[in-house]
Design a binder for this molecule. Structure first.
Ligand SMILES: Cc1cc2nc3c(=O)[nH]c(=O)nc-3n(C[C@H](O)[C@H](O)[C@H](O)COP(=O)(O)OP(=O)(O)OC[C@H]3O[C@@H](n4cnc5c(N)ncnc54)[C@H](O)[C@@H]3O)c2cc1C
Length: 643
């Protein structure tokens, strides 16, 4: 079939007009709810669908300028990095417009409106009082950083999902500071034991989709980790040797490093990759490696050849769907006890961001508690009002942060940012940099050289969280699966969304209802050192047009679910590709990084205060979690002197 014919079959560019599908409002499939505002910021990407511009938002009103309801390419869409990349390439200042006169001044300016920036503003306000004047600047059209909200309207109902930060992971492990913040925002994590329907999917399991490009034929095999291994593998398009070895590794409880103490085993596993552990230590045939290759993608953003075997052991299972083979008889000691993975607002940690905003600018997010925040429609016009002590200015890329005079004695900091095509300035008593670590040296060239190098050390992990609104989830019900692991496909994992009902929001709990699918893609280049793989992934993401994502999503869902009656041309309502080229904070690896003394860690050297500038963000802890973002905000605000 020709490419054009295949595209038509997949539904590329198809209009949906059926009234039962999208509240009676026609919408370009897969795409694009981007109206004039998004167009102004250059967010439109390759797909022809992006020329469609009508959609409905949470309230059923036109949603063309409501950021959470925008679909198509989201996350770091093109306009967000235009100026930052020009700065990096030393191409910004030659072309920069003349700065407008600086008339505004604040007690605190925060660069970055993610959880860390919002928490920094919150903590500063606690310290300096409610009248403290604070401005947050962020380069996106929505606040929250990775903690973004995705909204879809399908079949007369609102379906919520998350753009990035998914869940409050292990809240018992949070520091007192982070726990207290959640409590002050009104979040009671015990509520999720009831709000998260832990029974809904209990009859659904995990399947592996073997794709023809990698495994020679398309084949869905259901029952991963529940069907006995020999039986499960008998259906897989793998060689007899691969089947035999995989089954052996999962069923033998063997110590593959006999004669070593537990400490010696752990030390050895910290220095070899999981792929090497499988083939060299456990003698798995290399033919079986493609089956395991992407097991590590979700947590580490690279494949099993680039992740230490010990890190895989410590991670336990992932997605609640896969289990690492080979460790059962190794006696490697207790794993850290994991709390259930249920602490999930329907829009993920975007609810934390929204509650932070509500606490400082109540008019922006109506309501009072963790229940009503779920369906509250944000009023973006309230974010940047001169009458408010705290202001959030979106679509604003900071390009320079410089003390007015020597850092040790300056009384103010001058902050320049691009907004609406203009170079604008504000003055601040203090600045918290809650943006990406590696960006800081470009913004603050006056920082000491050693600190700049340390800030550039970590390379953020690229990853894509795609969400697809579908007409119903009958195909999953028929297959009997919640998760599909697809090690060779464009997206390596697909699952039904977390079943959480909170406040007035009801999760689509019947297979006939519209739902949102989660799909994960982690671009990387197996064989390179991890940080080079991440750099390679950044490039891949920037060079991939939206149409390529859309075509691959449709093709993959059609091949995986078509046999159960799913038609990608008919059954998909919208696609949101949350592209995070600069995703997780870089975490140090026993495989790739030196064994840093704690004070010599690049993140510690990089986060030192400099005059009136302090540094937050989860990068400053080299830890990719919300609690780290909060803890670093607390530290950065604590370092602000009171002069
Ligand atoms: C896909 C994904 C899933 C995740 N899932 C989880 C999860 O389930 N649980 C969890 O705890 N953590 C998760 N995380 C980790 C997440 O990074 C942290 O939880 C937290 O949200 C990080 O907040 P932050 O404020 O430190 O950084 P960010 O969220 O990255 O915020 C920084 C902000 O600064 C902005 N910025 C950068 N440069 C500039 C500039 N020059 N001018 C203006 N603004 C700028 C950025 O665009 C961004 O908006 C996930 C991350 C990703 C990417």
């Amino acid at each position: 079939m020709s490419e054009g014919g295949r595209d038509r079959q997949l539904g590329m560019g198809r209009r949906i007009t059926r009234r039962d599908f999208l509240n009676g409002v026609s919408i370009g499939v897969g795409g694009a709810v981007l109206g004039s505002k998004a167009g102004l910021f250059g967010a439109l990407e390759g797909s022809a669908l992006n020329t469609e511009a009508k959609a409905v938002g949470a309230s059923g009103a036109a949603a063309s300028d409501y950021p959470p309801a925008l679909t198509g390419m989201r996350g770091s869409y093109d306009a967000t990095y235009k100026y930052a990349h020009a700065l990096r390439d030393d191409a910004f200042w030659d072309l920069a417009p003349k700065p407008s006169e600086t008339t505004e001044s604040y007690d605190l300016v925060v660069v970055g409106g993610g959880i860390s920036g919002l928490a920094a503003a919150y903590f500063y306000r606690q310290k300096a009082g409610k009248n403290a004047r604070i401005l947050l600047l962020d380069n996106h059209d929505d606040f929250g950083g990775h903690a973004k909200r995705n909204e879809f309207t399908a079949g007369n109902r609102l379906v919520l999902s998350y753009g990035g930060a998914q869940s409050i992971e292990s809240p018992e492990q949070y520091s007192k500071i982070a726990k207290d913040l959640l409590t002050e925002l009104g979040i009671d994590t015990s509520v999720f034991y009831k709000a998260y329907d832990q029974k809904l999917y209990s009859n659904l399991g995990t399947a592996v989709f073997f794709d023809r490009e990698t495994f020679g034929q398309d084949r869905m095999v259901v029952g991963l980790n529940t069907t006995p291994w020999p039986e499960f593998l008998a259906q897989a398009p793998l060689s007899a040797a691969a089947r035999r070895d995989i089954a052996r590794l999962y069923t033998d409880k063997k110590d593959y490093l006999p004669g070593l103490t537990r400490e010696q085993k752990r030390a050895k596993l910290a220095k070899i990759s999981y792929a090497d552990f499988l083939t060299k230590t456990c003698k798995l045939t290399p033919e079986a490696l493609p089956f395991f290759q992407t097991y590590t993608h979700d947590l580490f953003g690279v494949g099993i050849e680039a992740v230490a075997a010990l890190s895989c052991y410590e991670a336990g299972d992932d997605y609640g769907a896969i289990e690492y083979a080979g460790f059962d008889g190794m006696d490697l000691g207790e794993r850290e006890k994991q709390e259930p993975y249920i602490f999930h607002f329907p829009d993920g940690n975007a609810s934390i961001a929204r509650l932070l905003v509500r606490s400082m600018i109540p008019a922006a997010i109506p309501g009072h508690d963790m229940y009503d925040v779920v369906t509250a429609r944000a009023d973006y016009s309230q974010l940047d009002r001169s009458s408010s002590a705290v202001r959030i200015r979106l679509n604003s890329t900071v390009v320079k942060v410089r003390h007015d005079g020597p850092a040790a004695s300056a009384k103010q900091v001058h902050v320049l940012y691009m907004c609406d095509g203009k170079l604008q300035g504000v003055r601040a008593g203090h600045v918290v940099m809650a943006c990406y670590n590696m960006m800081v040296p470009y913004l603050c060239p006056e920082l000491p050289q050693k600190q700049q190098e340390a800030l550039k050390y970590g390379v953020k992990v690229p990853l894509v969280y795609t969400h697809v609104a579908i007409r119903n989830w009958q195909a999953f019900e028929k297959l009997g699966v919640q998760h599909i692991v697809s090690p060779g496909s464009y997206h390596c994992y697909t699952s039904l969304d977390f079943p959480v009902s909170l406040g007035e929001y009801r999760f689509p709990s019947h297979p006939d209802e519209p739902a949102v699918l989660f799909m994960l893609r982690t671009p990387c280049k197996p064989g390179l050192p991890a940080r080079d793989q991440y750099r390679w992934g950044h490039m891949e993401l920037y060079q991939t047009p939206y149409a390529t994502f859309e075509r691959n999503i449709r093709d993959q869902l059609g091949r995986m679910l078509g046999p159960q009656g799913f038609d990608p041309a008919r059954d998909m309502a919208a696609i949101t590709v949350n592209r995070w080229s600069h995703g997780y904070a870089y975490e140090y690896s026993t495989l790739w990084d030196p064994d840093f003394d704690s004070e010599e860690q690049p993140c510690v050297i990089g986060r030192q205060p400099f005059g009136r500038i302090t540094i937050a963000n989860s990068d400053a802890a080299a830890t990719a979690y919300t609690n780290a973002a909060i803890d670093q905000a607390w530290r950065a605000v604590g370092e602000i002197s009171s002069q």
